[in-house]
Design a protein around this ligand. Structure first.
Ligand SMILES: *Cc1c(COP(=O)(O)O)cnc(C)c1O
Length: 375
């Protein structure tokens, strides 16, 4: 069976982990953590970049930092992972789900303004497939109503909006290094990019169980104390060592993934004429080769395509079920229909995409997809 995803190992991961182990400092904020954070600060230009144990944790840290309170409203897409919503639900926020854009699974930025109320506190755009949302509109609505913007950039490493790295346009940006993402911290990991300098010192405290331990180890204070609420969001340095190996190979990883993405995109163009939707890259966005999807014309068609591919040893899979209809939130949702989110939930299918997917294997996948539509 050709898998849907296969984590790529650069080869230096275990050596760096061994070094971390030998250093005797394997808990959080060790040498590899600092190295990874400096890398992100340089590449993103953020005021501070903090490694976390997951993107889920980075989002939870963001919600804490923004002091989201019970009854606050947060605007976010329905077509996303539960973590985007959970971070704010945990603080008691009311989630106001936004439909997808007319021509992509990204959130429909044009719908935001009408959903803002006096209780709205934040907008959480998700850069689905690593492709930028319409950030000009998101930022304009946020500015007009003094809302915070937290980018869920879980899938968006090395991707840009008009030349600016995703995850750096809002006050905060959350990245994932789960094994299914372009680079991994050894299975689980994340990062919070803090772009608003005013949030930096409190972010360090909240991430470290509410203590000023980070400032203490820099010699800025002579003892460390419980300063604020917080939790344990920092990963072990062993995970950072793994991540460092992957960051060193980022250019290679990205070149491979983007080449695979482009081959799919070129070879599957004939399907567009049949009404199958292929990804559209807006002029303001770049592609980071995170995932390749097709949008079938119906749910039965998608089910048949997945079955067809599975019977031929190819794992293709669908993606999110809309959160506004989820068992947890359906009864709390304000009742608005979000038909585009429903359609992407029913009709979108993702094809295998990983660094070691070789061209012959990929050609077979393409052949089988085209054969399905020719039968
Ligand atoms: C993967 C993902 C997350 C969660 O990331 P973890 O690191 O697994 O917590 C959140 N949001 C989106 C959009 C994702 O793709």
């Amino acid at each position: 069976m050709l898998p849907f995803n296969k984590p790529y190992f650069v080869g230096t991961e275990t050596r760096y982990i061994e070094e971390a182990v030998r250093s005797g400092k394997i808990s959080g904020d060790g040498a590899y953590t600092r190295r990874c954070e400096a890398w992100f600060e340089q590449h993103l230009g953020s005021a501070r970049a903090l490694l976390t144990t997951s993107c889920t944790d980075a989002l939870e840290l963001a919600a804490l930092l923004l002091n989201i309170q019970p009854g606050d409203e947060v605007l976010l897409p329905s077509f996303t992972f539960s973590s985007t919503a959970n971070a704010f639900a945990l603080r008691g926020a009311n989630l106001v789900f936004v439909d997808c854009a007319p021509d992509s699974p990204a959130l429909d930025a044009a719908a935001l303004a009408a959903l803002v109320t006096p209780r709205t506190r934040a907008i959480v755009p998700v850069h689905y497939a690593g492709t930028a949302c319409d950030m000009a509109t998101v930022l304009a609505v946020a500015e007009q109503h003094s809302l915070a913007v937290v980018e869920d950039a879980a899938q968006a490493i090395n991707s840009y909006y008009q030349g600016q790295p995703l995850g750096t346009l809002g006050a905060l940006g959350a990245f994932s290094f789960h094994e299914t993402k372009n680079v991994t911290a050894g299975g689980e990991g994340g990062l919070l990019a803090i772009n608003d300098p005013l949030l930096v010192s409190r972010a360090e405290i909240l991430r470290e169980k509410g203590t000023n331990r980070a400032a203490f180890f820099r010699g800025e204070v002579d003892k460390y104390s419980w300063m604020d609420i917080g939790s344990s969001f920092l990963p072990a340095d062993i995970n950072a060592a793994f991540l460092w190996a992957q960051l060193e190979a980022l250019e290679f990883i990205q070149a491979q993934r983007c080449a695979i993405w482009q081959r799919y995109h070129t070879a599957l163009q004939p399907l567009a004429a049949l009404g199958v939707e292929l990804p559209i890259l807006p002029s303001y966005a770049t592609n980071n080769g995170h995932l390749y999807y097709l949008v079938c014309r119906s749910l039965p068609e998608r089910t048949a395509l997945i079955t067809h591919l599975k019977a031929r040893g190819i794992a293709a899979i669908f993606h999110y079920q809309p959160l506004h209809r989820s068992p947890y939130y359906a009864a709390r949702h304000d009742g608005r229909a979000l038909p585009r989110a429903d359609r992407y939930a029913d009709c979108l299918v993702r094809l295998p995409l990983y660094v070691e997917l070789d061209e012959t294997e990929q050609q077979r996948i393409v052949r089988e997809v085209l054969a399905f539509y020719q039968q």
